[in-house]
Design a protein around this ligand. Sequence first.
Ligand code: 3PG
Length: 306
Amino acid sequence: MKVLVATEKPFAKAAVNGITEIVEKADFELVLLEKYTDKAQLLEAVADVDALIIRSDKVTKEVVDAANNLKIVVRAGAGYDNVDLEACSAKGIVVMNTPGQNSNAVAELAIGMMIFMSRNQFTPGTGKEISGKRLGIHAYGNVGRIVGKYAKALGMEVYAFDPFANPEIFKEDDVTVVDSVEALYSSCDFISVNIPATPETKKSLNYSLLSQLPKGATIVNTARKEVINEEELVKLLEERDDIKYITDIAADNQAELNEKFGKRVFGTPKKMGAETAEANINAGLAAARQIVDFLVNGNTKFQVNK
Ligand code: 3PG
């Protein structure tokens, strides 16, 4: 059996070593395609492999069609909006993610981003402290929950909105739940966006919602750029010179945002949330273990295209 690791943005070396060890211990062969620059390289590499480990790499119908033996794709990470689930399901390919494995790294980045924006992006000028401010967590999943824990330790008041979360976890974490997304956005100084990109959530952070933010609020998006309506964000930032926006991966209109709004906006050039050795090791090794467990024992615990 052949396992391909195809990562346009490569894993840390220690993660690749760990993946190799797990794959070879199962008597499978590891094929490595890192830092590829052309889709054609992926199409060629995927042709004869049985399993595929990816990060944010796009597994489109074209990729699925080019894969003659593929049985399983594991997205080493949380969001699987980069995988065409329908195309995979149509060919009987199992798709999994590795939930929770890189959440701490993303949560730490969200906290760092709040401080970065509150301190003028570390340039001269009087900033603000985040302690004592209200943080609204939009989706209380693996990342949101850790953001809340760290924020509380920093003295923030933490609120959350997540109709899909088990209500017990709010009690356990002693976090105040609000009953609508509008209530969250209209009452918090910082919003940590942690929702997945789905047809329902894409562009859902629109003018109508964001214009309810209180004076001086900052939106921290470590989720996906697709969930914010970027055109309407421009309108909001033009009308409200008190609002700030930081996003882990530059907006499609980031150049325009930077030019018009300077230090009130920031976008990372590549997605940075999971860019730690620890997150790479956790997610990469989990992906390799899940592949072996599936190919050897048929375990589909983390399948997302059931
Ligand atoms: C995720 O969905 O797990 C994060 O966005 C990390 O993505 P990455 O593996 O491409 O850094």
